[in-house]
Design a protein around this ligand. Structure first.
Ligand code: HAM
Length: 436
């Protein structure tokens, strides 16, 4: 038996720098940190606060919240039991956030709770590019909000994050799904339309025709997409209030100057949606082209046990797909931060002398690093270069005897001899000057 382990397919490691041996790492840690920082900044500008909920949730919350018949619940849950408790690794964060909102009575705070999250989710899907078993979502939930401005604002929030990161090539698609009360009539209309065409449908769609005909609208199958051309559209079946709400959403988006497409066949893979539904697609992502999806879910709270209806709207977006889109657009993301100083030591005496020095510099706020392997000067210089250190301090016996060190400015190649006593001042002064 081999004793070398690999990560599970559909998961990936996030490494401090890009490695050719790890083509599936998606992006390096500094790139993730940069994107996460940007998300946090844009959220903050919108008055949206971070919420962190557990990775483990009760299976029943997810099953009831998302819907038993959805692919996520029926096929893709990582679920298990211990004793009498049924656990699931969360496949999404909307139901957990609503659970937390209800559990902690956040409604009592008054107003609308604007919440956001960034974190891992789990779905047992067939892994491929842009589709993983452990992936990461960032998203927002506006809970307690009926107003169509909330729908528009969540869409614009996603758009603003993409734009802030430099991504401009994407499409926003929009639809209204009406309410639970209007859904049965539309389902029936779809069934009436598709039943005579059943022999032209795929096996999956034939199954969906009886159980969940809305999902046929989601088909990627070309022949089925042709059949959709004559199908009844949802917007003709929604109630007057939903239609008015939808017009308001569109009005606010137009006022914000956002171009969007209305897609009468846009449905979502989760059952909790009412009224607004939207997706943001990237043309460069191939089969997994959806960067983000969301909408209004006014019935989720009641579905998971609330006595009152709690209107809410939100979106979630895949981090990995965002990285793929950024890479395709050749948007450069930052690499590892450059150390302020790398200390090269020659011999034990210098190494011992440098150790407390490095600690003092770090306490003064410098990023100060050195080689822990006691390698040759050449190897240490190579390492300093690899890490793109701004300065190198070279310390050997001769320098210590003379009470000096060599200071090399790596960007200019300039080198000077400097008194050991003077080093802290020179380094800190330089380090806090504007960085090149
Ligand atoms: P969703 O459409 O299931 O919606 O997922 C949102 C986004 O997560 C997708 O558009 C995609 O970018 C990413 N994603 C989903 N599954 C995978 C996967 N297996 N691998 C990589 N990325 C994936 C939701 O999860 C809803 N909770 C969105 C929402 C929030 N609705 C209202 N509020």
């Amino acid at each position: 038996m081999s004793n070398s382990f690999q990560n599970i397919p559909g998961t990936f490691d996030i490494l401090p720098s890009a490695q050719s041996s790890a083509a599936d790492t998606v992006a390096s840690t500094p790139a993730w940190q940069h994107v996460e920082r940007t998300i946090r900044q844009v959220m903050q500008r919108h008055g949206v606060h971070e919420i962190r909920t557990p990775i483990l949730e009760p299976t029943a919350l997810i099953a009831r919240g998302i819907g038993q018949l959805t692919d996520i619940v029926s096929k893709e849950m990582f679920a298990f039991e211990r004793g009498d408790t049924h656990y699931v690794l969360r496949p999404e964060v909307t139901a957990p956030v609503m659970r937390a909102y209800l559990q902690h009575h956040l409604a009592q705070l008054g107003g609308v709770q604007r919440l956001y999250y960034i974190g891992p989710c789990f779905r047992a899907e067939r892994p491929q590019k842009g589709r993983y078993r452990q992936f990461h979502q960032f998203g927002t939930e506006y809970i307690g909000a009926d107003d169509a401005r909330a729908d528009a604002e969540t869409i614009l929030l996603a758009v603003d994050i993409y734009r802030e990161l430099g991504l401009t090539d994407f499409t926003v698609r929009l639809n209204s799904l009406g309410t639970a009360a209007t859904r049965p009539a539309y389902k029936a209309a779809l069934q009436d339309y598709f039943r005579p065409l059943a022999d032209q449908l795929s096996e999956t769609s034939r199954e969906r025709l009886e159980s969940n005909p809305l999902r046929i609208l989601d088909t990627k199958n070309e022949a089925e997409r042709k059949l959709l051309e004559g199908a009844p559209v949802m917007l003709d079946h929604i109630d007057a209030d939903s239609a008015a709400h939808y017009s308001e959403v569109k009005k606010h988006l137009a006022a914000a100057g956002l171009a969007f497409e209305e897609d009468p066949f846009l449905v979502r893979g989760l059952d909790y949606y009412t009224r607004t539904a939207f997706e943001i697609d990237s043309p460069v992502l191939g089969a997994q082209s959806t960067l983000a999806g969301g909408g209004r879910y006014d019935l989720l709270a009641s579905e998971i046990g609330s006595k009152q209806e709690v209107p809410a709207v939100g979106f979630a977006a895949g981090m990995e797909r965002l990285f793929l889109a950024l890479q395709a657009a050749e948007i450069e993301l930052p690499g590892a931060a450059r150390p302020d100083v790398f200390v090269v030591t020659l011999g034990d005496r210098a190494a011992s002398y440098a150790f407390p020095l490095l600690r003092a510099w770090r306490q003064a706020g410098l990023s100060a690093v050195y080689d822990l392997k006691g390698r040759s000067m050449k190897a240490q210089m190579r390492e300093a270069n690899r890490q793109a250190a701004r300065r190198v301090v070279i310390l050997g016996d001769a320098e210590l005897d003379a009470g000096t060190a060599q200071l090399k400015h790596m960007d200019t190649g300039e080198q000077q001899s400097i008194a050991l006593n003077d080093l802290p001042r020179v380094l800190t002064e330089n380090a806090f000057s504007p960085k090149t």
